[in-house]
Design a protein around this ligand. Structure first.
Ligand SMILES: Nc1ncnc2c1ncn2[C@@H]1O[C@H](COP(=O)(O)OP(=O)(O)OP(=O)(O)O)[C@@H](O)[C@H]1O
Ligand SMILES: [Mg+2]
Length: 128
């Protein structure tokens, strides 16, 4: 089975989360800049002595599609790397993906997103 992680995290956490994902062998990901809010509805800000709520807070969203067997440790890695313990650390959505096709090879499904590589493709891991 194939799964998708959509992790919305603090922009400040992006580098350390990217590194944590690389450390566990996650190769494919997408990063988006997003704006949104969680259950606090935004953050209080004050400008020239006037306080109001910034309702849309800039965050970073990381999407990873992976095999079901890689899901839990990937969620754990993101959580550990992104957690400060303060409100706004983020949220992770997990869903099911129907299929994947790697264009170059025609590989389908889990084959197309398997991250633990023992063959020569290991050398294609991006440099640390
Ligand atoms: N239910 C949701 N649906 C879609 N996006 C969400 C949802 N909740 C949060 N987000 C997105 O995730 C970001 C981070 O949310 P945040 O960490 O504030 O979650 P929270 O549930 O309010 O937890 P906390 O109480 O720790 O702040 C938000 O800025 C928003 O972009
Ligand atoms: Mg919040």
């Amino acid at each position: 089975m194939l799964r998708k992680i959509e992790a919305i995290i603090r922009s400040d956490s992006l580098e350390v989360v990217k590194e944590a994902l690389r450390d566990i062998g996650v190769l494919g990901l997408n990063v988006f800049e997003v704006r949104g809010h969680g259950r606090q509805g935004g953050v209080p800000v004050s400008w020239r002595g006037i306080s109001h709520t910034m309702d849309l807070i800039p965050k970073v969203q990381i999407n990873v599609v992976l095999a079901d067997q890689d899901l839990e440790r990937t969620v754990d890695a993101i959580t550990q790397a992104a957690k400060t313990g303060r409100e706004g650390d983020g949220i992770i959505f997990i869903s099911t993906i129907d299929d994947v096709v790697r264009v170059r090879t025609g590989e389908r499904g889990a084959q197309a997103v398997t991250y633990i590589i023992d063959g020569p493709e290991r050398n294609q891991r991006p440099p640390r």
